[in-house]
Design a protein around this ligand. Structure first.
Ligand code: FES
Length: 145
């Protein structure tokens, strides 16, 4: 019984990234700039002006609006496929943990404003601008499932 339950939870988690936890109303502006809009959204729209809630992760905001940032590990800081650049508003995001810092170093194209989008939680209200690099779509292919 116990075993079955954990399997179900794990399975659900790997397909998550919708509102799987409580967060505030969508009052925080989050602007996404996509280097490869076609690959991430099947549209040509490069700039997406979205709203997120305090307590929500950048990855969730993107996924909830159809921006399919790769998240091979399901958002548990165990890959680096959800790598993004924070162009503005780093102060409105939770600071990187040591685990995130170690992990993000594996991402191609590492910059000083590199973060893992599944680990960036919105902590206060103010403009946040994110750039999603074009190789985001390719990185996952190198990760065995
Ligand atoms: S989805 Fe794997 S680290 Fe963010």
């Amino acid at each position: 019984m116990q075993e079955k339950f954990s399997h179900v939870s794990y399975h659900a988690f790997m397909h998550m990234k919708r509102s799987d936890h409580e967060h505030g109303p969508p009052i925080v502006p989050v602007v996404f700039h996509l280097e490869d809009p076609a690959g991430l959204t099947s549209t040509k729209q490069e700039q997406w002006d979205l709203m997120g809630g305090v307590g929500e992760h950048v990855l969730e905001v993107a996924m909830d609006h159809g921006i399919n940032i790769e998240h091979a590990c399901g958002g548990v800081c165990a890959c680096s496929t959800c790598h993004i650049y924070v162009v503005k508003g780093m102060e409105h995001l939770s600071p990187a943990t040591e685990a995130e810092e170690d992990r993000v170093e594996e991402a191609p194209g590492l910059q000083r404003n590199s973060r893992l989008s599944c680990q960036c939680e919105i902590i206060s209200n103010g403009l946040i601008e994110i750039r999603v690099p074009s190789w985001n779509r390719n990185a996952v292919k190198e990760i065995p499932h």
